[in-house]
Design a protein around this ligand. Structure first.
Ligand code: NAD
Length: 239
């Protein structure tokens, strides 16, 4: 959702939900920090950096093809689904680090992907040429309409995060914030909580509570997403 559209939505309070890999863990999509920094057996520097892609494009395409096919078989869980109930009473924007589409499939109306999307591919030479590949694999030799190789539409480590400024503006307007399933160590995404205005409650749902810095109004919910998110949603709907 562009910030401009958001400013038109003054009719209801705004809940901003910041999600990370942990919200999809109970749907069967593993987080990689919980696996000692290995992502499905790979060092992230091999499969999630521009250098890794330059060195071994076949490996990187196969890695994301497997992730895309795997995510397509998973279903949204009670955490993703509970967030959609908030839309009865609030304007809700989900800002996710996840590259799966489980928030959309659960029914969330406004989802901003900070780190890209598995279902999308883009040109290696013309970044604005983005295509929906749905569940299909990308192969060496799959080209954009201008003849350049396609790559996953993923923000790799070391690349800029084009949606970050938009995300900052949205967070600055939040009346309530829910942070679910993120270790809050991947920057710049982790810096978004610093943008929350003074006093706005920040619910943090995570069975292993991350380090929380600053003087913000944190409310700790040390639960898995399927338990903690419905609880927070019920609390906000009762306000
Ligand atoms: P991360 O650093 O955000 O760590 C995962 C967090 O989830 C941890 O704090 C852990 O305690 C928490 N967690 C684990 N199980 C949980 C549960 N059931 N409920 C709530 N919280 C739970 O994430 P990461 O795995 O290190 O991934 C970093 C980046 O890699 C992401 O930002 C994303 O871009 C990409 N990634 C995406 C997916 C996905 O799209 N589903 C999966 C893995 C990695």
């Amino acid at each position: 959702m562009p910030y401009q559209q958001l400013t038109d939505l003054k009719d209801k309070p705004l809940v901003v939900v910041l999600t990370g890999a942990g919200i999809s863990a109970e749907s069967g999509i593993p987080t990689f920090r919980d696996a000692n920094g290995l992502w499905e057996g790979h060092n992230v520097m091999e499969v999630a950096t521009p250098e890794g892609f330059a060195k071994n494009p076949e490996l990187v395409l196969r890695f994301y093809n497997d992730r895309r096919a795997g995510a397509a078989k998973c279903q949204p869980n009670e955490g993703h689904i509970a967030l959609t109930r908030l839309e009865e009473k609030y304007n809700v924007v989900v800002i996710t680090q996840n590259v799966d589409d489980l928030h959309e499939r659960a029914g969330s109306s406004h989802v901003l992907h900070l780190h890209g999307e598995l279902r999308k591919v883009r040109s290696t030479a013309y970044p604005d040429l983005i295509y929906d590949y749905e569940d299909r694999p990308i192969n060496i030799g799959d080209l954009c309409e201008r003849g350049a190789q396609l790559r996953p539409h993923i923000v790799w480590f070391g690349e800029s995060v084009p949606e970050y400024t938009n995300a900052e503006l949205i967070v600055q307007n939040a009346d309530y914030v829910i942070v679910v399933g993120t270790s809050m160590v991947v920057y710049p995404a982790a810096g978004l909580v610093d943008e929350v205005s003074d006093g706005a409650p920040i619910y943090v749902v995570n069975p292993e509570m991350p380090n929380l810095y600053g003087s913000q109004n944190y409310i700790r919910v040390p639960e898995k997403a399927t338990v903690g998110v419905p609880r927070v949603v019920d609390e906000l709907l009762a306000k």
